[in-house]
Write a protein that binds this ligand. Sequence first.
Ligand code: AMP
Ligand code: MG
Length: 653
Amino acid sequence: MEGKKKVFRKLVTQNEVFKILESMNFKIGTERISVVDAYGRVVAKDYEAITDSPPFDKSTMDGYAVIAENTFNADEDSPVELKLIGRIPAGSEPKLEIENGTTAEISTGAMIPKGANAVVMEEYCEERENRVLIYRAVTPGENVMYAGSDIMAGELILREGTTLTSREVGVLCAVGYSEVEVYRKPKVAIFSTGNELVNPGLKLEMGKIYDINSYSLISSLKEDGAIPVFLGIVRDDEEEIERMVSKAMEFDAIICSGGTSAGAGDLVYKVFDKFEPGVIVHGIAVKPGKPTIIANLNGKPAFGLPGNPTSALMIYKIFVSPLIRKMAGLEDKKDKVISARVPMRVNSAVGRVEYLPVNIVRGDEGFSVYPVSGYYSGAITALSETDGFIVIEEDKSFLEEGEIVRVRLFSDEIKPADLMIIGSHCVGVDVMAKFLRENKIKVKSINAGSSGGISAVRRGEADIAGIHLLDESGEYNVPYLKRYGLEGRCYLVKGYLREQGIIVKEGNPLGIRKIEDIVDKSVTIVNRNRGSGTRILFDMELKKISEKKGVDFKDLTSRIKGYNIEAKSHTSVAVSVASGKADVGLGIKTVADRFSLDFVPLRAEEYDFLILKSKFEREEVRKFVEILKSAEFKKSLPSGIRTYERTGEVVVI
Ligand code: AMP
Ligand code: MG
């Protein structure tokens, strides 16, 4: 280990990593290429013009070359008459000379003949045998582009670091360059590690997942001016990884993902450490992406990114992208930054800088940011519709409600939606969104739960909130809205019914008919998270049973296996039952059908839409209500969700 400078198994801070990366010098050199291939490449040196452009005084019009002074008396009523002494086409050197009283026909782009100092456009001239009548005076220099007036020999035409577009390529050609020196595009080897990985398109066997990272990284690398080369997937096997890394050594940089944490199958760092100086950073004090490896393999930069797809992409963006861009000669990509409000308290890990992806919503009080869910578990959709991310410093354990933060945007502009729906997620809303888009209404829906939706409506951030809150009284939504102090301020548009019930295995092998069977037959359940409508329904039913049986509610629930296992969505309840982890769970029929599970109906849940009075007359909102009531919408709803006689009814709160 003598002489090896590395920080090993000690978390390195974000700023230390930036410094380390900045001090690394992985120049890969330049190449000369034809201007034909120059588009998009980065110029590797300053370019000066080697000739004038244009190289001679040239006519910018079709017309007659003249001595301007000869035309001074010309006007529409009294033309000046000049003797025609020849014609000058483009592309050849004129042999004639213009003297007082003479002219020559000249084409656009042709060389101005000796003696002439202006061109009269042909519209103002009339040829009569060997004479030309000039109906308009011209000033010296009119319609003439002088040699070097565009670009003068010796002038700086392109700076090092410029990305070549059609315009710059044009400039190069104007002064005669047929080749240009550009930065070589870094060739970057990419591979994935993990026994569970399969290439997209192949059949997935149990326990396998598709390789996401290599493909999302390939796309990112292209944006950063590199040539990514995918080398494949390797198993969690030291020798296999070593063979792959040896192969990767012929490229300019190496990026792999997975196998970077301290688990038994995590062997990337061992392999990287067989090179000199080897691993430089193993573990960064950030979230997500702590298990990141940065290494120098005999002078080549190598990154071991976390396997979690969203972490891999975020770490690439923060740490890898700047280095690759530097190698490619590109400037740092400066994200656009805006200020926004945090609408609810957000907890954060102390001791690590956190990169939190957010959705941006425009409200009455400016922009607000909604954290994107599913991010830390690696849900790739968490990034696909995300507007940007905020950086929470390592010493902060939370962001306060109302705090102003800076948001780094993923694209150069925020595209506010025409209609913002925030609330509890429902497939019915997805169907609605499809219809709205067909009506050219840009809609965005954010899953913030029913109560999150109500708060967003109050702040003017959501135009509509989808809610389904069951009150102890048995009534849906209205009692909650009164309690939230929304009386007099909003309308509740009745939505649709979602059939709720007990999701059981196909054929209902345990013969579950009612909630009481769950208690009596001591089956294993998967519960829903506290605060969800389904959970409230379940607990209400259990309370009735506990009263009937004369047992304490707590005692009753402690006897139910899995009561404390909380699934966060209907789908995950269905997956638990389908995979056999649980015998039963409460949820909506829609997902039971999707997973071919059986369903015991309990009661229909009223999913409604909350809308502020002040927004109700908006055209997009009116369209929303119109679609809700339409026959097409009714037909498009999946099984288990149905409109009814109250659909579209407006309840004044
Ligand atoms: P690892 O870093 O290998 O411990 O992986 C962390 C998580 O990311 C695991 O759930 C892996 O299955 C997943 N994962 C690893 N590599 C990939 C990949 N290339 N594409 C998608 N998911 C991955
Ligand atoms: Mg792995």
